[in-house]
Design a protein around this ligand. Structure first.
Ligand code: ADP
Ligand code: MG
Length: 467
């Protein structure tokens, strides 16, 4: 960065407006920006708060991004220094109209250190509120470093003690991730990373969650890494040993993971209640799955070829016995959202599907939706090694057998705790798995066409397995 803003030389509202004006160019290159599918019509500053004044300067900024009929709020941390520019990624640099430069400051540990301290102090600054959870034990004075595996949000790890997630796309009210973490923690859940604090800001007259602080588990292993390592070991074993004799067999973990997910579902039901969905609700759910099938089939010919076979499987859900019990669920459960600690499995990130609207995320659902979603993840773990490889029926069969074994173990574990095997609800589970696979077809078609083979192979498998 060669130039920068003189912090004293420009009023902060003007700086906020200038940054907003520069964002239509800058946002599309940010990994967390959810609107890459459309042109940006305009970006305007909705609110800004000076967190650190002078030099360096740290400004919290909420902007509204307009794209046709879509309007979303995003948050940014804007940093500016007169001298000693920090070593932040070039992609963080935001060039302003008059040739000066500032930067997105979540990678500047000198500046973000204050966020943790403000949470510990319970500070209010302008329209922003920093709070710690009752009884939270916080270590302060630590620097925050962004994790590299971030997806839809930006998370800062403070000295192996705490992790602060800054929600990028802002919803309204208290974020579902925070609501569910609080509810589970109150029950003493051992299957989550303890919530320690939060940051909220008044946006358009409403308090909106913009950050959540949790205990960081430095020694935890990522579920996706563990599962795919097991797949690799299994595929590499040319002696053809049965999976239970391989060192890297994952089925025991899949079983324990099933138990953990069922425990979280039971806790969520206890903490936040259940509702009974009647025939009309079920019909609406079926219609929305059918609508997704038609929408995606219209874009992806490979799916369209199977649509006639998928449709009756979705339709059959309309005949399930009502009422169907619904409750708060995870909403985006997969192997990349679970951590294995010495004490067992933890579930992370209860915000729901990134592409879903706030209302869709908050809607109660059958817990089988999470089960179906995790079952899909076992298929992904097994098949990701085959992406881009020449078709080899033997290798494919072996990958499928890993997935089959681990899906079954997961269901066994789930059923053990829930008291009912999820496979007993075969019609609903099958439809939910297909619906998820249709969603994946749309995602892969738009983002990673090479991977389309993964959900397509699963759709063919689910259809061929019958009931
Ligand atoms: N408490 C934690 N301890 C250790 N790692 C964590 C913790 N929380 C999150 N992570 C890591 O950060 C990643 C992103 O966190 P997540 O809550 O899923 O955010 P996002 O909404 O950006 O997906 C996780 O996949 C995991 O690798
Ligand atoms: Mg996540």
């Amino acid at each position: 960065m060669s130039e920068h803003i003189e912090p004293s030389g420009i009023p902060h509202d003007e700086l906020a407006a200038q940054v907003a004006a520069a964002l239509p160019q800058w946002l599309p290159s940010q990994r967390w920006f959810g609107g890459k599918d459309r042109e940006i019509d305009s970006v305007s500053a909705v609110s800004w708060t000076t967190l650190l004044d002078g030099d360096p300067l740290l400004l919290h900024l909420v902007v509204r991004v307009e794209q046709g009929d879509r309007r979303e709020l995003y948050q940014l941390l804007i940093g500016s220094r007169q001298s000693q520019l920090p070593d932040v990624a070039a992609a963080a640099s935001i060039g302003l109209e008059d040739g000066r430069t500032c930067y997105e400051a979540s990678g500047d540990a000198d500046l973000t250190a204050c966020l943790l301290d403000f949470i510990a102090e319970g500070k209010r600054i302008g329209s922003m509120t920093f709070e710690h959870e009752p009884g939270a034990d916080l270590t302060t004075g630590l620097r925050g470093h962004p994790i590299t595996s971030e997806q839809s949000n930006t998370s800062l790890v403070y000295g192996h003690h705490h992790i602060l997630k800054l929600f990028r796309k802002l919803g309204s009210g208290v974020n579902k991730d925070l609501v569910l973490h609080r509810a589970l923690h109150e029950l003493g859940s051992q299957q989550i990373a303890e919530p320690l604090g939060s940051i909220s800001a008044e946006v358009d007259g409403e308090d909106v969650t913009i950050g959540m602080l949790q205990r960081f588990l430095p020694d935890a292993a990522d579920g996706w890494v563990m599962a795919t390592t097991s797949v690799r070991d299994f595929m590499a074993d040319t002696a053809g040993l049965p999976p239970e004799e391989l060192g890297g067999d994952f089925a025991g973990e899949a079983y324990r993971l099933g138990k953990a997910v069922a425990t979280v579902h039971a806790d969520l039901a206890r903490a936040l209640g259940t509702e009974q969905a009647g025939a009309d609700d079920v019909r609406r759910a079926v219609d929305s799955m059918l609508a997704r099938l038609e929408r995606v089939s219209a874009q992806v010919p490979a799916l369209a070829r199977h649509a006639d076979a998928v449709r009756p499987v979705l339709e059959r859900v309309a005949d399930v016995a009502v009422p169907v019990s619904t409750q708060s669920v995870h909403g985006d459960l997969h192997l990349g959202q679970v951590l294995r600690t010495v004490n067992g499995w933890l579930l992370l990130d209860f915000e729901g599907e990134p592409a879903a609207s706030v209302a869709e995320r908050a809607a109660l659902a059958s817990p089988l939706r999470d089960v179906a979603s995790m079952l899909r993840s076992f298929d992904y773990a097994a098949q990701q090694l085959l992406v881009g490889q020449p078709d080899d029926p033997e290798t494919t069969a072996r990958a499928m057998s890993w997935a089959r074994r681990n899906r079954a173990a997961f269901c066994d574990g789930y059923g053990k705790v829930a008291g009912q095997d999820p496979r007993d609800d075969a019609a609903l589970l099958r439809a939910l798995e297909l619906d998820k696979a249709v969603y994946e077809v749309a995602y892969e078609h738009a983002n990673r066409p090479d991977w389309l083979t993964v959900p397509m192979a699963s759709i063919e498998r689910i259809l061929s397995e019958g009931e």
